[in-house]
Ligand binder design. Sequence first.
Ligand SMILES: Cc1ncc(C[n+]2csc(CCOP(=O)(O)OP(=O)(O)O)c2C)c(N)n1
Ligand SMILES: [Mg+2]
Length: 458
Amino acid sequence: MAIWISRSRGIFNHFLQRACPLSLLRQRDIRPFSYFEAIKGREQLEPHYYEEDYHVDINHDENQQALDFPGGKIPFTSQMKFISEASGTRLSCYRILDNNGSPIPGSVFEQVSKDLAVKMYSKMVTLQIMDNIFDEAKKKGRLTFYLTTVGEEVVNIASAAALSPDDIVLPQYRESGVLLWRGFTLQDFTNQLFGNKGDNGKGRQMPIHYGSNKLNYFTVSSPIATQLPQAAGVAYALKMDKKEACAVTYFGDGTTSEGDFHGALNIAAVLEAPVIFLCRNNGWAISTPIAEQFRSDGVAIKGQAYGVRSIRVDGNDALAVYSAIRAAREMAIKEQRPILVEAMAYRVSDHASSDDSTKYRSREEIDYWKRRCSVARFRKWIHKNGWWSDEEELEFRGNIKEQVLQAIQAAEEVEKPPLTDLFTDVYDQIPSNLQEQERYIRDAINRRPKEYPSNIPL
Ligand SMILES: Cc1ncc(C[n+]2csc(CCOP(=O)(O)OP(=O)(O)O)c2C)c(N)n1
Ligand SMILES: [Mg+2]
């Protein structure tokens, strides 16, 4: 963060000198007050003081009267019109595959080869099986916590497939499929869930807080939205290093209520940082529905207010997600700009293993979306192409199930990281307060050795 702040300061100084509107004010004469006055001849006020399209083309303004303000000319109008709080129609959703897995005639999308399609589908199925078995392991008390991606498998896998391994991912927590796509093995996932010695985080995080330096995947962080300004910073670093890569950050609809979302979009736009903001709009933030989260037409439209190009995509359509992210990546890197993508994909699962969503939404609503399983839609498409058969499906599912069960068994047998690891890796020299805490915990263990888990080496 310190690096980010010092870099940001440098950038702002650069802007002050080169492009900031305030510096323009310094360079030119400040206009007399009358310059800011509206043109005369105010017409009778209309009953509606807002309009949906409030933009006026200065070139067509007969009087050529405009407010020559830092940042560009603004046309005057004698109409008192407020910007409407909503446009007449809702922002449409980019879609390629219909519910039967057939491409909609005339649709524009990236071609996906047989190999890629089969790989995408097999990762979606692997994700489903992982989620199913790990969730069950939690219910049986073998894990302390778990969180599934049910309903959002397609957003996970299709977006990951559209990226390059050099792109840096800053996830929320419902994106384990992105890590799976990048090569995190079933054993890697299981080691993290069991917090054993094989876990990259040395057992110091809650289950599902995966991370991998090697795979350019930042570690999941519990406080939501922190990944968004960090992604803007990462993207700016990529820009300064002239890398052919972008940052990609995932987040939910609920996370857009955090200030960090707004700050991140704004700074990324101003710095022209190559970052894809991928919002999974799944309709819920734990028990809060989107109607109680925002009054805007979702998330994508917010991009324009910050000067960020944006699109809404059917998150249950693998081809649409893949195509949109491919295009977003290309624009982010070639044009050096942030892109906001809102993928609509209902959260079919409970929020996490600690949640029972039937307490706040109807069983009918959940079943409605279960029937629209996005993985099944993609399967229909690859079936129609003759790229995947029922026999392959059966065999593949059986194999993966076996591998996940084996990974769990192996992870349970690996010992836990030693107690000392609790205090390392943050500071070069362990500070005195942490040394004191270590003495305190060791003293407590000496006094009550039986209450300390026997599988954690001292
Ligand atoms: C700063 C912060 N506030 C609150 C929470 C508690 N919390 C955890 S997940 C969550 C809901 C997030 O919803 P959304 O962003 O839509 O993601 P989804 O779970 O739907 O994928 C909340 C409020 C938190 N982890 N961090
Ligand atoms: Mg949500």
